[in-house]
Design a protein around this ligand. Structure first.
Ligand code: SER
Length: 453
């Protein structure tokens, strides 16, 4: 990194400032700012996965919204993305989503005009911007979103940077039945240096050249359990801008992990593991650690504690995963709690005063959980070193099951360690071993009962 870049980053806009400007922009355009919903405040999913989720009754027309135009900053957690964290520098499990909504109020034209105006105001280089739109497909049987294409053209967006994609990319759903609709996503072309080099590389490519940072969804349908799409009584707009991603765009960082949101935690980690190295595996370990600690912090701030089931099990999984990645950096003493304060300090305005007070307690929870797991981790990793695939090239499910049942080493973590060595697990075999074990337990319980009777 040259001095010029460092200097630029120091003076570029901070993430809390981006959030402040986004919300102020929409407030000034008649949007009512509402508070984010607590991360554990939904019933349909363990955690809030999108800013629109708490708004569902309003989007469905089941209850009147407090205002037809709304804006908010919502903390979200998507464990579906957790496996990609680290390998991909643009993915996170926990993140902050800025959003503006029209509940049956404005439509595509205004949503796109607002977006373009805000992006100019905060200094996004529109000449590097691409958009994707729903091109229609035979999977959903929904027509192409020609109106959105027209609106981008009208607004002056160049035709050659409008990409039409199918329902996998541009029909936004919650991955389950419910309100949904075609969407248009905005991307920044970060240049060939970040790309895969393929001539077909465009938004939608899995490489890291095109960074998607804002999604405008036109919520118009209810996706029914039978797979059909029925029109909703209201036509609404639901937008989501990833704060971490727009920060990477404006701060011109190579990945999300160099933005101001993670800089303090990364620095503390470098102090704790000065000889941590810079191999791809070690770089990935650092990213996984700061991502997992921040997500565990968010979960802890929602009043959840590590447990073996429900929301607490997600927190436990994140902590254990991060503890194991610490071993890659040579950290074998509890260290995760140390990263909490820097994560909060660098982004104070994104935490309420109560959360700032609670953060040290959550740090204590992380340390406690990490300490409890330390011995299991050491033993399990040693045993895993000796595990070899069987003739089919897979590690037997029985072996993994025993590691869990007898040593307490989680199977998903074991699979992750093995995957790094290029070894896959026989999951059907694992499930069969579990079933056999349960059947044996049932027989022994019956037998024990017979004897006592
Ligand atoms: N619901 C959409 C998303 O999560 C836009 O907010 O991307």
């Amino acid at each position: 990194m040259n001095n010029h870049t460092e200097d630029h980053r120091q003076h570029s806009v901070s993430s809390p400032e981006i959030a402040r400007r986004y919300l102020a922009f929409f407030r000034a355009r008649d949007h009512l700012q509402i508070a984010g919903t607590p991360l554990a405040g939904t019933e349909s999913t363990l955690f809030v996965i999108a800013g629109m989720q708490p708004l569902l009754p309003w989007l469905r027309g089941e209850a009147p919204p407090p205002a037809p135009r709304l804006t908010t900053l919502q903390r979200c957690l998507r464990m579906d993305d957790a496996d990609a964290v680290g390998v991909n520098g643009l993915k996170l499990s926990g993140f902050n989503m800025l959003g503006n909504w029209s509940i049956g109020d404005y439509g595509r034209r205004e949503a796109i005009d607002f977006a373009r105006e805000l992006l100019s105001e905060i200094g996004v280089d529109r000449s590097a911007m691409w958009v994707t739109v729903f091109g229609g497909d035979s999977v959903s049987h929904l027509p192409p979103d020609d109106e959105t294409i027209q609106q981008w053209r009208r607004a002056g967006h160049p035709e050659q940077r409008i990409v039409r994609l199918g329902s996998d990319d541009n029909l936004w759903t919650m991955n389950s039945p419910g309100p949904c609709g075609p969407c248009t996503e905005m991307f920044i072309d970060r240049g060939e240096a970040f790309g895969c080099g393929q001539s077909t590389c465009r938004p939608g490519c899995s490489c890291e050249r095109f960074l998607e940072f804002w999604n405008l969804v036109f919520i118009e349908y209810e996706w029914q359990r039978d797979g059909s799409f029925t029109p909703l009584p209201l036509r609404s707009v639901d937008t989501g801008m990833g704060l971490e991603r727009i920060a990477a765009v404006l701060q011109e960082t190579p990945t999300l992990f160099e933005t101001d949101l993670y800089a303090g935690a990364q620095q503390r980690l470098a102090e704790l593991a000065p000889g941590g190295g810079d191999s791809p595996q070690q770089q990935r370990a650092r990213r996984v650690i700061v991502d997992a600690v921040r997500s565990a912090l968010y979960i802890g701030l929602a009043g959840v504690v590590p447990r073996s089931d429900g929301r607490g099990s997600v927190m436990r999984r994140l902590i254990r995963r991060a503890a194991r990645q610490g071993r890659i950096l040579g950290l074998d003493q509890p260290f995760l709690g140390e990263l909490v304060a820097p994560l909060v300090e660098r982004a104070e305005d994104l935490f309420s005063p109560d959360e700032q007070r609670l953060a040290p307690q959550v740090a204590g929870l992380l340390t406690h959980e990490e300490r409890r797991f330390a011995r299991v981790l050491t033993t399990g990793l040693r045993l895993l070193d000796r595990v070899q695939p069987e003739s089919g090239g897979l590690v037997s499910g029985e072996q993994l099951f025993l590691l869990h049942a007898e040593r307490g080493f989680p199977a998903d973590l074991a699979a992750e360690v093995l995957a790094e060595r290029g070894i896959a697990v026989d999951w059907p075999g694992y499930l069969a071993a579990m079933e056999r074990h349960h059947a044996i337990s049932r027989v022994s319980v019956r037998h024990a009962t017979d004897v006592t009777e």
